[in-house]
Design a protein around this ligand. Structure first.
Ligand SMILES: [Zn+2]
Length: 139
């Protein structure tokens, strides 16, 4: 039995572009370079539609380059789809990445919490997470 994973259509992730096949030429022709954005990489289950997110991330510099760097690891794990959106600010990228990270944490390969934009001290918008951070910071 495959693991039961939450099947999300891309609106659930808030990433309206896709799912697209996760291949180099598709990324290069679909995602503009030097644009900031959020993405998720995953797969479509064999028996139907939908998109199963396995990796969530974002880039404040170049979403296209970030995605291209994930091609090898995705291929090894059998992830063949991706979804994305562009953002207007690093803050927007960080907040969206945090929400996706917490919403799908149990099924994601991501081991580390999303990083705030360089030079900022933004805190995660997830309330439970914020408490956790305060708790760990107190030690
Ligand atoms: Zn968090």
């Amino acid at each position: 039995m495959p693991p039961i994973e939450y099947l999300s259509r891309s609106p659930g992730l808030g990433l309206p572009n896709g799912p697209y096949d996760f291949r180099k030429e598709i990324v290069e022709s679909t995602v503009l370079s030097r644009r900031a954005g959020n993405y998720s990489i995953g797969y479509t289950p064999p028996m139907g539609a939908g998109f199963v997110p396995k990796i969530v991330g974002g880039s404040d510099e170049d979403l296209q380059q970030e995605l291209l760097q994930q091609l090898d690891i995705a291929a090894r794990r059998g992830y063949d789809k991706f979804v994305f959106k562009y953002v207007n600010s690093p803050e927007e990228r960080f907040e969206h990445e945090c929400l996706n990270y917490h919403s799908f944490q149990q099924q994601l390969d991501n081991k580390q919490h999303p990083q705030p934009p360089a030079g900022t001290k933004l805190s995660c918008p997830d309330r439970v997470c914020e408490l956790f951070f305060q708790h760990t910071n107190d030690k």
